[in-house]
Design a protein around this ligand. Structure first.
Ligand SMILES: Nc1ncnc2c1ncn2[C@@H]1O[C@H](COP(=O)(O)OP(=O)(O)OP(=O)(O)O)[C@@H](O)[C@H]1O
Ligand SMILES: [Mg+2]
Length: 600
């Protein structure tokens, strides 16, 4: 017989099969599954068969270049197993016991096949529904199928046999019912193709599966990858006992120890020693109605232990890498029936351009399969893209909540900066320079003098404002501080005080003490961001952030001047009362700026 796959000549009037099985399967190999997503299809099936324990086992070999790659993958579950006829049909493209159902993860009848063929050429499956049965086996081999097709034979799946289980997995076999899926002839991960390093690939798989199946892991389902039980990874940081929680405990412990030993303050506040859970703050939980159904949007802001100090986060930093903050920048986690089917950025919906602060925002959209059409769910269950009305609703919600989330992040930065007393002494270099400049400037006219006792108290008060706290160490620091500011004509300190006052001035014996209020919006929204940028490593700041901060600063300066004008207008005769003040202010600014330069 002439092979249908190769012959283009047909006998007239003859009907031909609609699918050239071997060729079609060959083409379908490029379904675009990532390896974790492909493995996810098999795990889905195990979960739907009520498995409690799922074990993944990878076999590696070494290529000629010495690189290790994965060439066989076994997945074992202790689920319900399959009856003989279902087992045989497992391999049939399009067969599903839940075809187009809306209450199951699977519905297309292609997952098990397409995922396997995407990476390997052979699938072997063993299954049993109780411990009294033997393990029945079926297989499909693409090479064999192509040979059969070439010979003009019908490509098919033989009935189950009792082929023995592979030896290497005997120790993982479930006692009772279960299913074992073996992918072999895995050639898509070998040299010459994308050829990822086996270790890196396994780390990637672990991370991805921990996130994709986090709700199942959180509920107690066990997924074990080469001997390691997965912990859930929650990009919302709401779940307890996650990978993130465990990492943060580990991350802060040596920092605390080093602080206890050396007394050197870490850059950011340390969490309590007993803290084992680091929950994010939930800022949105919205139900979005679409048609007869609804989906849920949750937005969170990460805890201060992750946000830390502004610009502490950069690509190479350990915390950033381990919590995968870079990939979370603008990413949305799509959850369908508790299983994450996509974790991706959708710029057109997200609205604003993604900046580095977005890495501290968790976004999740969860929905039921009834809404598959609205979310553009495809048979490979990847590439979610919300449509129409849903898209508009999401866009509106993002434009409301993302700025709110960014505000929360800024607040944390401000708070961390205030708590760690970062701003204390921040003006000191300028004050030293201003002292020099003051030598040739007109002398103070202040007539109200204070005695030495009062003076001491005023300076002590300032020291207490700048360095609060009662321990011995603080008292010593305060003494040094008083000493250091003794001869300065201008003392400027950023301190935290209630009320709307932006600055407060005190005049003592030729000294001017100026307190800048760190709680004032002007300080928080202009000074603080600018100072953070000024003290950061250039590579840790995006040009977007720098431009944004510069723009806000121009706004703030203009508004400061407007507010000054407005304040003058509260006086009956501003011209008479303030013109000297204004002219002196202008003159001294000019003079100081001429003399003091490049000190910071
Ligand atoms: N581990 C398993 N335990 C028991 N039955 C299974 C298992 N894996 C697959 N099956 C059966 O094989 C059928 C085919 O699986 P397959 O993944 O190809 O399709 P599906 O899960 O029904 O749909 P989808 O293509 O959306 O994944 C399933 O419907 C199920 O009945
Ligand atoms: Mg499936």
């Amino acid at each position: 017989m002439v092979s249908q796959a190769t012959s283009t000549k047909l006998v007239s009037g003859e009907k031909i099969p609609i699918v050239l099985t071997g060729h079609a399967l060959q083409s379908l190999r490029d379904s675009g599954y990532s390896l974790p997503a492909a493995l996810g299809e098999v795990i889905d099936n195990s979960l739907e068969a009520n498995a409690n324990n799922i074990t993944l086992h990878f076999e590696e070999s070494q290529s000629r270049s010495g690189k290790r790659h994965i060439h066989r993958i076994t997945m074992i579950d202790d689920g319900d197993g399959m009856e003989l006829d279902i087992l045989q049909r497992y391999l049939q493209l399009g067969f599903s016991t839940r075809y187009m159902q809306t209450d199951t993860i699977g519905k297309y009848g292609v997952g098990a096949k397409l995922a396997a063929l995407n990476y390997g050429q052979r699938i072997d499956v063993w299954s049993r529904t109780s411990k009294d049965e033997p393990w029945y086996h079926v297989h499909f081999d693409l090479e064999e199928a192509l040979q059969e097709e070439k010979k003009g034979e019908t490509v098919g799946i033989a009935p189950p046999d009792t082929e023995p289980l592979p030896k290497h997995i005997v120790s993982f076999i479930p006692q009772d019912s279960g299913t074992i899926v073996l992918w072999s002839k895995v050639e898509r991960l070998e040299e010459g193709k994308k050829a990822p390093d086996a270790r890196a690939l396994k780390a990637e798989i672990t991370h991805e599966l921990s996130r994709m199946f986090r709700y199942f892991l959180d509920d107690g389902i066990k997924i074990c990858v080469d001997g390691t039980n997965l912990l859930p990874h929650d990009p919302l940081m709401l779940m307890e006992g996650t990978w993130g929680d465990q990492f943060l405990v580990k991350y802060y412990s040596p920092l605390r120890k080093s602080f206890e030993k050396t007394g050197i303050k870490p850059e950011f506040p340390l969490p309590d020693v007993t803290k084992t859970h680091f929950p994010a703050k939930r800022i949105a939980r919205e139900v979005i109605n679409i048609g007869q159904s609804s989906c849920k949007l949750t937005i969170t802001v990460y805890p201060s232990e992750v946000i830390r100090k502004k610009y502490a986060t950069n690509k190479k930093d350990e915390l950033t890498k381990n919590l995968r903050l870079e990939e979370n920048m603008g990413a949305i986690s799509f959850i369908r029936l508790n299983r994450e089917i996509n974790y991706t950025t959708l710029p057109r919906i997200f609205g604003e351009r993604v900046a580095s602060s977005h890495r501290f925002i968790g976004i999740e959209i969860s929905f039921q399969p009834e809404l598959d059409a609205y979310f553009g769910v495809r048979n490979v269950k990847r590439g979610v893209e919300p449509y129409d009305d849903l898209k508009g609703q999401l866009r509106d919600l993002f434009s409301k909540y993302i700025p709110e989330a960014l505000n929360c992040i800024n607040e944390v930065w401000g708070e961390v900066s205030r708590k760690s007393n970062d701003h204390q002494g921040e003006h000191y270099p300028l004050l030293e320079a201003a002292k020099e400049a003051n030598r040739t400037m007109p002398k103070s006219r202040v007539k109200v003098t204070v005695d030495s006792n009062q003076k001491e108290r005023i300076i002590e008060d300032l020291a207490r404002d700048a360095l609060p706290g009662n321990d011995e160490e603080k008292q010593e620091e305060r003494q040094q501080y008083c000493e250091s500011i003794k001869d300065l004509p201008f003392i400027v300190e950023s301190v935290d005080f209630p009320g709307n006052l932006l600055i407060d001035t005190q005049h003592i014996d030729g000294q001017v003490i100026i307190r800048i209020n760190t709680r004032h919006r002007f300080y928080r929204e202009m000074w603080e961001p600018l100072r953070s940028i000024a003290t950061a490593l250039p590579e840790s700041i995006s040009s977007d952030e720098a431009v944004k901060a510069a723009r806000r600063s121009i706004e703030a300066l203009t508004l400061l001047i407007i507010a000054y004008g407005k304040a003058e207008s509260m006086d009956e005769n501003p011209r008479q009362h303030f013109s000297d003040l204004r002219s002196d202010w202008g003159k001294f600014t000019d003079s100081l700026m001429g003399k003091v330069k490049d000190v910071i």
